[in-house]
Each structure stands twice: as structure tokens, then as C-alpha cells.
Design a protein around this ligand. Sequence first.
Ligand code: AMP
Ligand code: MG
Length: 321
Amino acid sequence: MRAIFILCCLAVLPAHAAWHEREAAIMGTRVHVDLWLEDFEAAAALLDAAMIEMHRVDAAFSPYKPSSELSQLNLRAAATWVPVSDELFELLGKARQVSVWSGGAFDITYASVGRYYDFRKGKVPDAQERAAVEAIDYRHVELDASRRAVRFAHPQTYIDLGGIAKGHAVDRVAAILIAGGVEHGSVSAGGDSRIIGDRRGKPWHIGVQDPRQDGVMVAILPLEDTAVSTSGDYERFFEADGVRYHHIIDPGTGDSARGAMGVTVLGADATLTDALSTTLFVLGVEAGLALANRLDGIDAIIIDAEGRMHLSDDLADLKGR
Ligand code: AMP
Ligand code: MG
């Protein structure tokens, strides 16, 4: 009897088990990959490759690893032109593009002051550290395409790719999966996800988190073939005297941005949705939605500082239907 039961289970296993997933803690966040593939060995190899790629991007762009290409650039670029990899040069170009679109709301040089926050220890920059606000300006990052080299025009300029690197890693992994024949899958690193295809006849469902109630969703989005990124002031923060200090910094002041609690951006690639979710958070409702509406293929949900939800035009039209 028991033998028959086991045989029955084995008979149904392959169909159910053709979804393969893996999870790991990388880039200071939870990385998750889910894919459909008939071939178990190929699936396992792709999951290995996905995690190796996440680690590679982390090793290259982490500001916490002294050996990373980013750390080396920060160390030297105020003094001299520093040749960089194609990958870093391209990413810096994309970051600059979003800075231009947003009038500097997205600005990787925010870290000139932002580096002095410690959200675990509850530390804000002191007056002297805050003075580095004058080193914040994306135009201080000079890019020389002919030499693929980078220089900082201000001695205190310091950059951090935390607002765009996870999306980049997600796109890189998605490209590996697609090249490996995956037609249905999802890749996420913290709040940045890329959905490949549908969930075999059904859409994928991505929740929009209530910024003030952990685990409660204010919306569930049915999605296919898209990238989605969320930025929130509940991710890394501390409170002092009733004020919330969190990790998304207004480059104009060096202080945490306070025009929103949560922003979700939808688009074709995660590098862009990642950068834009951070951007719209800094811009707030009015300027944020205006930018989303201006950009082709970009939609946004902004939860304002009072907890009200605002939608970009295309989403509002969808909801109204
Ligand atoms: P995200 O969770 O994608 O919104 O990214 C937040 C991260 O982006 C922070 O932890 C910082 O590393 C970085 N960041 C914060 N403020 C800015 C800004 N104004 N422009 C670009 N990157 C930022
Ligand atoms: Mg982001």
C-alpha cells in the first residue's frame, strides 16, 4: 500500500516540480529566483549561474567592500581620471540619464553626505559631514567615453550605486535565464523584480506593501513580462524625536526625503525601475507622477506622506475601467 502511494507521488512529481526556485542573502537583501524549466539539471545550473552573477555584481559595486570597483573609483577619482569597466561606465551613464530627467532628484553623489548616516546605529551626519552637501551634484561625475574613464570634479564627491545596482543585477540575471531558455520566471533582489513571461497561463502577482503595516498589501498587481521596483522609507530607518531618518536622501539637502512613504514603479527593465523608484520617492507626488507620465512605458504608484495612494495616468485609466 505504502509502495503504491510512493509510486503515485513519483508519477505526479515531475509536472509539479518543474518550477525551480532558490533564495539567498546577497547585496544586503533577499535574492529570489523562480523559474519554469522541464530539464532539472539545466534549471539547477541556471540557478547556480544566477546566484554567481548576483555575487559578482555585489563584489563589483558594493560600497562596503574595499576591493570593489566602485570603492576603488571612490578612492581615486577626485585625484585623477580612473579607467573603469564597460559595465560600470554604462551604469554611470544610466544613472546620469535619470539625474538629467529628474533635475538631480536621483543623484549617486548623494553619498557625499549620505555615507555619514548609519541607520543601524541611529547616526546622522554631524555639521562638518553635512558641509559635504556642496559635493553633491551629478555633474561632478565626469565621464570620458573615449577613454572610458571617470573623474570627480569635487574633492569630497563620493558615489553610491545603491539606488540602481540591484535593478542592474536583476536585469543581468534575467538575461542569463532568458538566454538559458526560460520563458516563465521571476528574479528579485529586495524591492526590485523582473518578471519573465507569465506564470504558465496566469499572471504573476506582486504586492505593494503598506508602508506602515508590515506584511499588509495595499494593492496586488497582476503582471507579465515587466520590471517592478519599490522604494520605501520603512526599509532602512530609525526614528529620533518623532522624526524618521531613512536611506533615501534628498540631494538638495542631504536629509531624508519626506514627500512619500512608498513608491512602486513599473517598466521594461529593472535598472530603470530601480533608479526611478528612488527618484520618484525624492520628487514626491506631483513632480514624481509628472515624470512617470512623461516617460514612455513607465507607470507608478506613489503613497504620499499621509498614506494616500496616487497613480500615474495609465494605471489610473486601467483602474477606472
Ligand atoms: P531603493 O531602495 O532602490 O530606493 O534605493 C535606496 C538606495 O539608493 C539607498 O540605500 C542609497 O544607496 C541610494 N540613494 C539614496 N538616495 C538617493 C538619491 N537621491 N539618488 C540616488 N541614489 C540614492
Ligand atoms: Mg530604487
